[in-house]
Design a protein around this ligand. Structure first.
Ligand code: 5FU
Length: 260
């Protein structure tokens, strides 16, 4: 069973280069925490990552919410990623026809393909979206997390949609890093990564439909491999000490899971 295997074993089973790297980083740094840096100031993002980068395996960005974006920001972000050994996931949730997605991925202000190790993408438009991301040639290693489920209340994704999404991914083993999903049985392949958002230390909700589960629940019951935390850390009084609390809690749950 996928969830019982340790990350270092799963690294060897990964068919996507980014998934392999991410499994390796988790095993080496002993962290499965992904920080969602949902801040609108680039200096605030860099300051935060300077402090917490050593505690995370992955940093998730929404590049289009930054109000003072420059290409210099990307240079500094990449330097931090290299120095502190984390990967970068741009949570763009592409959802258009292949041709448009290829343009959005490679052109425009952000040129995501040049710096993001992985991006998120909806399966809704069909396979063309994966063909498009796969056809981009300017990158050394790249990956896609396909959205198979969402954390928000009342989302319209059905079990059939989820199943069809997992089937679609199976046709692109070299491209797919894993799934953004909420449930353990969504997929079986141990070389793919379950990225699960909607996590805080106490289960709760926000006012706009976000639903939070606890680390114990998402890792031990629901199969999460990499755990996305945004406001649980970013909005804390002391984000650095909070990041350490999350990192330790999440890792303890993972260790419990793999030790049977
Ligand atoms: F695909 C998804 C999803 O199903 N739920 C999410 O919350 C993505 N997210 C992202 O994770 C969302 O866009 C935020 O960037 C982040 C969660 O942030 P929070 O502050 O921990 O709620």
């Amino acid at each position: 069973e996928r969830v019982l295997l340790p990350y270092e074993k799963r690294a060897k089973l990964a068919t996507n280069a980014v998934a392999k790297q991410l499994f390796d980083i988790m095993a080496i740094k002993k962290t499965n925490l992904c920080l969602s840096v949902d801040l609108t100031s680039s200096t605030k993002i860099l300051d935060l990552l300077e402090k917490v980068g050593e505690h995370v395996c992955l940093v998730k960005t929404h590049i289009d919410i930054i109000e003072d974006y420059t290409s210099e920001f990307i240079l500094q972000l990449k330097q931090l990623a290299q120095r502190l050994n984390f990967l970068i996931l741009e949570d763009r949730k592409y959802a258009d026809i292949g041709n448009t997605v290829l343009l959005q991925y490679s052109k425009g202000l952000y040129k995501v393909e040049q710096w993001a190790d992985s991006v998120t993408c909806h399966s809704l438009p069909g396979e063309g979206i994966l063909k498009a991301l796969n056809s981009s040639t300017n990158v050394i290693s790249r990956g896609v997390f396909l959205l198979a489920e969402m954390s928000s209340e009342g989302n319209l994704i059905t079990p059939d949609y989820t199943e069809a999404t997992v089937k679609m991914a199976a046709k692109y083993p070299e491209l797919i890093t894993g799934f953004v999903c909420q449930k353990k049985d969504t997929f079986k392949d141990p070389g793919l990564i379950q990225l699960t958002p909607g996590v805080q230390l106490e289960s709760s909700k926000d006012e706009l439909g976000q639903v939070y589960n606890t680390p114990e629940k998402v890792i031990l019951e629901n199969g999460a491999d990499v755990i996305v935390v945004g406001r649980g850390i970013v909005a804390a009084k002391n984000p650095e000490s909070q990041a350490i609390i999350y990192k330790d809690t999440l890792w303890r749950c993972y260790m419990k899971r793999v030790s049977g």
